[in-house]
Design a protein around this ligand. Structure first.
Ligand code: SAM
Length: 234
């Protein structure tokens, strides 16, 4: 049912399953209520609940606002343990990362690569949770690289070309820069940190080690701190 005065007619959509639960249980939405909604990889808008069933809810939505701009950041992240992976992906997505490589490193346990959470549809679910949180609609692009050396030697140079290259490393002299305003590629290590050989390889590829102060943070904490330091207010 279109409104002849608006440029885009409203779109009707039904929510089921997790989204139905979320809207009904968290937002306690009922007929007539308004919700913020977004089209995946598209605009953000407003929806009105027009009908509520036992297991679905019908919305009528219009879309008018562009999503927030992505960060000029490519993330190179040593694969975290599955439980942490989910939260890390959610946080990184909520903070605006649009390109993410999950890579192997010496201190990444082999079993992590068997995690069912690495399937693209599972990663996507975590990304969607991050996008919903942040009122964003642009899905990040996630790639897996199981071999450190060929990735760093053969692929990373073109991935990181024309960008500031940083590796977060606790034992180094340079503090992480603040508000850098330029395209950046940031590498973050595994739970036990990158081994010296890996830091050397990254340095050969042009990556400068930077630290966040004397406290060693978990990856899921270090990452949001790094991102908000590099791009405050974005
Ligand atoms: N003992 C490990 C080490 O010294 O590298 C700690 C690794 S930390 C739990 C996991 C990753 O988070 C690190 O490889 C690094 O990329 C990042 N990180 C955590 N705390 C940091 C800090 N204070 N400065 C820079 N990076 C940090």
């Amino acid at each position: 049912s279109g409104d002849e005065h608006s440029e885009q007619p409203p779109i009707r959509a039904q929510l089921r399953d997790r989204r139905f639960q979320h809207v009904v249980e968290v937002h306690r939405a009922d007929v007539g209520d308004k919700l913020k909604v977004g089209l995946l990889d598209g605009k953000i808008g407003e929806a009105r609940v027009v009908e509520r069933g036992e297991s679905h809810i019908t919305l009528e939505a219009t879309f008018h606002r562009a999503p927030p701009p992505p960060l000029p950041l490519t993330l190179i992240l040593a694969l975290p343990r599955p439980k942490m992976l989910k939260r890390t992906i959610q946080h990184a997505t909520a903070l605006g990362v649009k390109k993410l490589y999950l890579i192997n490193a010496y201190r990444v346990e082999k079993s992590y690569w068997q995690s069912p959470w690495l399937a693209q549809d599972k990663l996507r679910e975590q990304c969607l949770l991050g996008l919903e949180q942040a009122v964003d609609t642009t899905l990040p692009h996630i790639e897996l690289r199981k071999r450190f050396k060929p990735f760093v030697e053969d692929e990373l140079p073109s991935i990181a070309s024309d960008s500031l290259k940083l590796v977060a490393h606790p034992v180094t002299d340079a503090p992480c820069p603040v508000d850098i305003q330029q395209q950046t590629t940031l590498a973050v290590g595994p739970e036990g940190g990158f081994i010296p050989y890996e830091v050397e390889k990254l340095q050969e590829a042009g990556f400068a080690p930077v630290h966040l102060g004397p406290r060693i943070l978990r990856v899921e904490t270090a990452l949001p701190v790094l991102m908000s330091r590099l791009f405050p207010g974005r």
